[in-house]
Design a binder for this molecule. Structure first.
Ligand code: GLA
Length: 349
């Protein structure tokens, strides 16, 4: 990165940092209801190098594109927003961030639902903090990254992606309580092999549908007279008369319970138990939360038919990836799945 940086900007990089993408093993559409999630960082990461310069400018190695940006202005609506937003957050928090040139390189596929934007936000924050000589705890970095995405980029996401990227550790699942932001690392036993598979269809209509789901979940809490669905148990849901609100709420309440059960299964090294919770989660996301697509459903079904212990869509849905808990004989398994899903590709095995 350092050599490329000097080649492009004609000066030496002063700070360099990286952050990974994530897969969520279970616990989707729970973060904005103050619920539980269980993500794991991917081995794929985004790297950022940075140096003070006369003006803000970024170069993406993957897009082969240089662009000016301005943390004090409004979003441009492109990849530079995920750099400008975090820098704007730091400036607002009182950090003396000078104009910088930024080089970005990433293995995290974009628009696949594996948090390429969170990886870029977290890596940017880490590099910029390094420039100022300041240190912030990882949870604080995640909070700033989420706030950048909400305020600067205008995406009303929860904190799952940023926490997974900033606080997660390789080879460990991260139990995340989205009310307190408390976390617990849960080691993944060696016989647990997960594959992240892209269904071949980019995520579509995500922002509008995402915000609409979020509103239903908030409406359910309001109708139940509670702060968030985190505080609801299945019996409470009988009070919801609107069938659509009821379905959405049933997903969130059930999914929170599944995360807790999944952590217990992981700790007991119960492959079948963990897998069936994943598959139940997919059913709930597809039928009650209605964020799946025919391509995701087919991939999950074929993954299970080929012998996976469990499979589910991961992230927001509407395209992108599934995660599967793999049986022994992984290569044969993948050949069978790929045969029925020619557009699918392995993001990480
Ligand atoms: C996206 C959002 C997260 C989370 C997931 C669904 O990835 O960025 O905050 O809501 O969808 O679990």
């Amino acid at each position: 990165m350092r050599e490329i940086f000097s080649g492009i900007f004609g000066r030496d990089a002063v700070a360099e940092a990286s952050a990974p993408g994530r897969v969520n093993l279970i616990g989707d559409h729970t973060d904005y209801a103050e619920g539980f999630c269980l993500p794991m960082p991917l081995a794929l990461e985004t790297r950022v190098a940075m140096a003070p310069a006369p003006a803000f400018r970024a170069h993406s190695l993957d897009l082969d594109e240089t662009a000016p940006f301005d943390p004090a202005a409004t979003a441009r609506g492109d990849w530079t927003d995920y750099i400008a937003g975090p820098l704007a957050e730091l400036l607002q928090a009182g950090f003396a961030i000078p104009p910088v040139e930024v080089l970005v390189s990433s293995d995290v596929p974009q628009g696949a639902g594996v948090s390429s934007s969170a990886a870029l936000e977290v890596a940017t924050l880490r590099a910029a903090l390094m420039l100022t000589g300041a240190h912030l705890p990882d949870v604080e970095v995640a909070r700033l990254a989420q706030s950048a995405e909400n305020a600067y980029c205008g995406v009303q996401c929860g904190i799952l992606d940023q926490m997974a990227s900033a606080v997660g550790r390789p080879g460990q699942a991260l139990l995340l309580d989205c009310r307190s932001n408390d976390t617990r690392l849960v080691p993944v036993p060696p016989e647990f092999h997960f594959a992240v598979i892209h269904c071949g269809e980019a995520r579509r209509l995500v922002d509008g549908a995402y915000n609409e789901r979020r509103r239903s979940v908030e409406e359910a809490a309001r109708l139940l007279g509670i702060a968030s669905l985190r505080d609801a148990v299945p019996a409470d849901l009988a009070a919801l008369s609107d069938p659509l609100i009821l379905k959405r709420a049933r997903h969130v309440v059930g999914e929170n319970a599944r995360v807790t059960a999944a952590v217990a299964a992981l700790e007991m090294r119960d492959l079948r138990g963990f897998g069936s919770l994943m598959t139940e989660s997919h059913r709930s996301l597809a039928e009650d939360f209605e964020v799946s697509t025919p391509a995701l459903d087919r991939l999950v079904r074929d993954a299970l038919d080929a012998g996976a212990f469990g499979a589910r869509l991961t992230g927001a849905g509407f395209g992108g990836c599934i995660v599967a808990l793999l049986p022994a004989g992984r290569e044969v398994w993948w050949k069978r799945v790929a045969a029925g899903n020619p557009a699918a590709w392995l993001v990480q095995a």
